[in-house]
Design a protein around this ligand. Sequence first.
Ligand SMILES: NC(=O)C1=CN([C@@H]2O[C@H](COP(=O)(O)OP(=O)(O)OC[C@H]3O[C@@H](n4cnc5c(N)ncnc54)[C@H](OP(=O)(O)O)[C@@H]3O)[C@@H](O)[C@H]2O)[C@@H](O)CC1
Ligand SMILES: [K+]
Length: 482
Amino acid sequence: MQGIWITERIRDAEQRLLAVTPEGALMYRAAFGLAVHAAEMLKEHAGRVAGRRVALLVGAGNNGGDALWAGAFLRRRGVGVTALLLAADRAHPAGLAALRRAGGRVLPAEDGASVLEQADLVIDGIVGISASGPLRPGAANLLEHISAPVLAVDLPSGVDPDTGTVDGPAITAARTVTFGARKPVHVLNPARCGDVDLVDIGLSGELGEPDLLRLDTADAAGAWPVPGPEDDKYTQGVVGIAAGSAAFPGAAVLAAGAAVRATSGMVRYAGPAADVVRDHWPEVVATGSVFDAGRVQAWVVGPGIGTGREGREVLEHALAQGVPVCADADAITIIANSPEVLDAREPGTPLLLTPHAGEFERLTGRPPGSDRVSAARAAAARFDAVLLLKGHCTVVADAGGRVLVNPARGSWPATAGSGDVLSGMTGALLAARLDPWLAGGVAAYVHSLAAERAARGVPVPASGILDAIPEAVRTIRALGQG
Ligand SMILES: NC(=O)C1=CN([C@@H]2O[C@H](COP(=O)(O)OP(=O)(O)OC[C@H]3O[C@@H](n4cnc5c(N)ncnc54)[C@H](OP(=O)(O)O)[C@@H]3O)[C@@H](O)[C@H]2O)[C@@H](O)CC1
Ligand SMILES: [K+]
């Protein structure tokens, strides 16, 4: 798993490391790594390194210092480097001296329009982990003059380091080079960061446990249930799907289908869309009601069940079975309207809630806001549940404060029925007895991979995402073993 640390923790770790490191050594390491990546970008975008032009946007802090030192390294490789100082009297003194020694040009930022327009690469050292708020006017005024690719130092300036939110002018980077550890912005706002490269500056020993985790392919592959020689359809876990209605059977077909695609165990369906589900998925054991559905190891309840009395009874029944429940869509609205339904929950039974932003607001009384991680954590604690907050970056928090994040691979999955596919897959993983927190994270991972595979640059319907689940699982298993 990839660890991600909030800036307060990074700053503390840096202080401890600084205390035992010769002065300037950390910045030297950081800037050297930055210069290597800058040279790669010049080769990639401008054909070669020597003779190309780089503009440095230099703020008042150490982020600007990194940019200045990197500029000095690039000068040694024959690059024409101009530093544009946003706060001339506060630019990092050693970095500035190093750049000047190396023959770099230095200008006040307000004179930098033509330098930016002629640059082959722009290095954004405006602000790093000590940023607050959007870019200030001095920096913001420069944005319109940037046409070259931007390499962000540590993070794209103007984007909040801990929440990834953008409230005004901000940099959009083609690539971000970060130091010591990944920060939340890198996973919460990947569109602004571009590709993120991590440069080791020796911080790992000081960091402690990460604040957020991101699954990689090997994690998803390792967690994905694989039947053994002794397994049969029951031992792998039976998942029950309570979804859809006679008038709107689509959610039932999608959720049940996703479960079928995600497990080699058994899938039961219970509800008024039994005939339609059976027609689509002959392998599903379908009955008309949850009350005669038989035993399952996990329930998915909610997509398309409606928010009236019947839906409420279905949810209460599932919650009382003593098995994990994934409550999605209408089930979340039912809980929001009548929180007392949760009294039916067997104590200690895992509950996974999968709201999008609107459902989250209904459930908790307030929108997730800019700090989606904290919002998801608080809601998970409040409901003693795993809370999977859908969005461009899916956040999965548990009641103990653990958080998994899964940045989407594009926006195509934001389509009708996509959530039904996610909940069906989540149910299959819960039935296979995965830790519910991990089940949510793995389902989100495979869902986004399936969506990417299915879309390949064009719109994809939810049924297309569903059909791509086997390919996505095959992909993670192949990569995870390799
Ligand atoms: N510590 C280490 O060992 C290492 C640190 N490293 C590097 O240091 C970076 C952190 O450096 P840092 O703490 O000096 O602050 P930094 O992020 O450069 O910004 C501070 C200045 O920005 C300003 N400012 C704030 N918000 C703003 C906005 N919205 N728009 C515009 N300006 C804004 C604010 O101005 P003020 O409010 O003071 O006027 C303040 O002066 C870190 O990200 C990494 O790159 C690496 O070299 C590895 C070793
Ligand atoms: K920056």
